[in-house]
Design a binder for this molecule. Structure first.
Ligand SMILES: Cc1cc2nc3c(=O)[nH]c(=O)nc-3n(C[C@H](O)[C@H](O)[C@H](O)COP(=O)(O)O)c2cc1C
Length: 148
């Protein structure tokens, strides 16, 4: 069964709400397994068909844990070529973090990314949560299409 990893960080809960809705979207397409986590190792990334990273923007950047994870994956030559990649996150005014993550996925790891990243200002409302579910469905559909 194809597996999706949703790795996220959230200090005040906004990106967490987004992550839960992305997971709902993935689960709405049957035949996929989804795991939500705060922490991942570089080796773990290889076990999933898709990686969705949820990151808020603080000080114009993503979190140090997420940057370290990608650095570690690069050093250990973890091959993620062709895996489905997505990025999302809550922001206040500039929202660089999900863009940065998607760029790393695309350019450094040659992942099959979903563009553009999904950004929501502060707390997601019902429309925002539906956009997150839609991203989850897109992730599932992209995995299914890549296996055909
Ligand atoms: C100290 C601090 C720095 C922030 N820096 C930025 C920033 O550089 N750009 C931006 O778009 N939002 C910035 N924000 C806003 C957060 O991205 C926003 O509050 C977001 O909803 C936090 O998501 P979370 O609840 O998932 O942690 C900042 C917020 C705080 C408290």
């Amino acid at each position: 069964m194809p597996k999706v990893l949703i790795l996220y960080y959230s200090r005040t809960g906004n990106t967490e709400k987004m992550a839960n809705a992305v997971a709902e979207g993935v689960r709405s397409i049957s035949g996929l397994e989804v795991e939500l986590t705060y922490r991942a190792t570089a080796e773990m990334l290889h076990e999933y068909d898709a990686l969705a990273v949820g990151t808020p923007t603080y000080h114009h950047d993503t979190t140090s844990d997420i940057k370290k994870l990608f650095e570690e994956a690069a050093v250990k030559k973890i091959n993620l070529k062709g895996r489905v990649g997505a990025a999302f996150g809550s922001y206040g005014w500039s929202g660089e973090a999900p863009k940065l993550v998607l760029e790393i996925m695309k350019n450094r790891f040659e992942m099959n990314v979903i563009e553009p990243p999904l950004l929501i200002r502060y707390t997601p409302d019902q429309t925002g949560l539906e956009k997150c579910r839609e991203l989850g469905r897109k992730i599932s559909e992209k995995i299914i299409a890549s296996k055909q």
